[in-house]
Ligand binder design. Sequence first.
Ligand SMILES: Nc1nc2c(ncn2[C@@H]2O[C@H](COP(=O)(O)OP(=O)(O)OP(=O)(O)O)[C@@H](O)[C@H]2O)c(=O)[nH]1
Ligand SMILES: [Mg+2]
Length: 407
Amino acid sequence: MQKSYSRLLGIVGKPNTGKSTFFSAATLAPAEIANYPFTTIKPNRGIGYVRTPCVHEEFNVKDNPLNSLCLDGVRLIPVEFIDCAGLVPGAWQGRGLGNQFLDEIRKADALIHIVDASGGTDSEGRLCKIGEHDPLEDVTFLEHEITMWMANILKRDWPKIARTVESESKDLFNMLEERLSGLAIKRSHIFEAARRTELNAEKPVAWSDDDFLKFVDMLRQVSKPMLIVANKIDIPAAEENLERLKKLNYLVVSSCSEAELALRRAAEKQLIDYRPGDCNFKIEHPEKLMESQIHALETIREKILLKFGSTGVQEAVNMAFFKLLNMITVYPVEDLEHLADHNARVLPDAYLVPYGTTARQLAYIIHTELGEGFIYAIEARERKRVGEDYILKDRDVVSIVSAKKRA
Ligand SMILES: Nc1nc2c(ncn2[C@@H]2O[C@H](COP(=O)(O)OP(=O)(O)OP(=O)(O)O)[C@@H](O)[C@H]2O)c(=O)[nH]1
Ligand SMILES: [Mg+2]
């Protein structure tokens, strides 16, 4: 498989909520898991997958994927995950492992906030009585920590930036874009944050400290969109908190990361037939399992899969890309007749691109020269010629015709 992962999801939250369990379940990469705070000291990185129905059946071809996988009609597109150390109040000022953690999420496209929905861990991640801690507090706290971290980065240069905008008539958006490029913050994010806060971008010197913080907080929301995973849903007290979390202004997915990890590991050893995100599984080799293992698997089936529809881990990953980041999947091909690349690989690649991406922009994403020499594209489903401004649809298969070829 090609080793280029253009998407990064940051797994964040206070200590001991199940971040590493979620990470391991999503990636099958090893990570230390334990029921005390700060188990993770150094961030873990791994590859997981976005799951989408593959187009090969619809086109009646046998595919041969290169940048992704296809399992019984399910296309799995690799994305990178980073599992961070737990964040405690005051992290932005360096408390706990705070700053180190925050630096790790600079490049993230989106954040998955793992919350202990059972309320069995306090604000620093220490075990407490189930239901004693209110997980809604964890949401406000995390927002605050990330906003303050960003504000701190920007604060040093802010007076100079604001003065230059006014005295030299420079564009605030250009200046901030340059300053914030290391945080994967784009011009469109900065523009959107100014628009939503209704602050005057031509007179930043007049912004009060509160205005500045309001702006940075909005910048966090648009540049690091976040979804909430209400984890430990197997603990009965979690269900009530799940309903309360759903009333916040966030996408919320309930999960039992522990169950997903057990299922993925059993599937890896070919003991069960289970694909991430499935609503059920089949025990393949009962003779290879101990009675206690069969009992544990059956409990997961009954208490999680049949009750909630899935463990929630794959659902959260998919929701991050398809709902939070509003992405679609597209399949570029070179040879329209066989839906193949120049090596005769059928439907080799599936790309995740933001909705609104045009045919020409896709060409640029694939290769600069393909974009520069773009003439037209052909949409394979209707075999229709489309121009550079054609907005791609989810599951489009397109062939790009360009005056320039890849070097
Ligand atoms: N009941 C239940 N426990 C879980 C679940 N997911 C994780 N845990 C447990 O929660 C504890 C903490 O899990 P970790 O994955 O180490 O948590 P973390 O957030 O990475 O912790 P730090 O690295 O210390 O910040 C472990 O005892 C896990 O077994 C779940 O879905 N249900
Ligand atoms: Mg951890």
